[in-house]
Design a protein around this ligand. Structure first.
Ligand SMILES: NC(=O)c1ccc[n+]([C@@H]2O[C@H](COP(=O)([O-])OP(=O)(O)OC[C@H]3O[C@@H](n4cnc5c(N)ncnc54)[C@H](O)[C@@H]3O)[C@@H](O)[C@H]2O)c1
Length: 251
């Protein structure tokens, strides 16, 4: 039998989604609201029409929504964004780190250390700072669920070295943190999407390729299909998975 701590009132739970203004993060924010969570989205992009639309979608499910300006590369910005969420909601039970960039696609010898640094700061330090800020709040309550996004690029790609290295680091961060606090009720997992139709992906491919990517299922995914898996990993239904990287790759 699962511990009674997993039966805490679902309707009170609050999710924080970094990178929640667009793409997969935005789909997660809406999916969480549909599942009964209040949702804070945190992003550098806080003024777009997409943010307003996301907040109104959250509210259409009868949940409270909040958008906070946050640059995940800055520990101080993450700490103050988390403090604002705490002022507004009083708790954070779910963390999704969807803030990410692909960086420049070019052979290694044409890349610069600055390009490498930027990708690492957003993709790796961003998740690091967010977990540092939020895990203590979850441990205190005895319940928490976190998801960060890895990528198949972690196996190595000569034209995507910064992105590939950053996603390998995310993979190891998730495995390390996933083993750290499950006995305190806090599970940390990763999701590895491939070919989800977002602005990180769409501009890089021809219409022909987008229509037929050549993966086993024969199509790209909608961000909502990735968000469904994230919602499960961050739910009370997940009673036994921590430190895993779940593939959502169409095959
Ligand atoms: N789309 C895919 O097929 C795919 C595949 C593998 C992994 N991923 C990963 O999933 C995650 C989400 O990707 P997506 O496709 O939704 O991308 P996206 O570009 O649509 O969204 C990324 C979001 O991150 C925000 N962001 C960027 N820098 C930030 C910063 N410094 N601080 C705060 N927010 C910042 C952007 O404003 C944007 O809202 C990323 O980590 C990405 O690497 C995506």
């Amino acid at each position: 039998m699962p511990s009674l701590r997993f039966a805490a009132p679902v309707e009170e739970r609050v999710a924080l989604v970094t990178g929640g203004a667009n793409g997969i993060g935005r789909a997660c924010a809406v999916r969480f609201a549909e599942a009964g969570r209040h949702v804070a989205i945190a992003d550098v992009d806080v003024d777009s029409s997409g943010v307003k639309e996301t907040l109104s979608q959250i509210e259409s499910f009868g949940r409270r929504g909040l958008c906070v300006a946050m640059d995940v590369t800055s520990e101080q910005s993450v700490q103050s964004g988390v403090a604002r969420v705490m002022e507004n909601f009083g708790r954070i039970d779910i963390l999704v780190c969807a803030a990410g960039v692909f960086g420049r696609e070019a052979p290694f010898l044409e890349q610069t250390a600055e390009q490498f640094d930027r990708v690492m700061k957003i993709n790796v330090y961003g998740a690091y700072h967010a977990h540092q800020a939020v895990l203590p709040l979850m441990i205190e309550r005895g319940w928490g669920r976190c998801v960060t996004f890895s990528s198949g690029a972690r196996f190595g790609n000569p034209n995507q070295v910064p992105y590939a290295v950053s996603k390998a680091a995310v993979h190891t961060l998730v495995q390390s943190l996933g083993a750290a606090h499950p006995r305190q009720g806090v599970f940390v997992n990763g999701v590895e999407p491939s070919r989800s139709l977002t602005q990180m992906v769409i501009p890089r491919f021809s219409a022909e390729h987008l229509a037929n990517p050549g993966n086993p299922i024969g199509r790209y995914s909608d961000p909502e299909e990735v968000a469904d898996v994230v919602e499960f990993l961050c739910s009370e239904r997940n009673t036994y998975t921590s430190g895993a990287i779940w593939p959502v790759k169409g095959g």
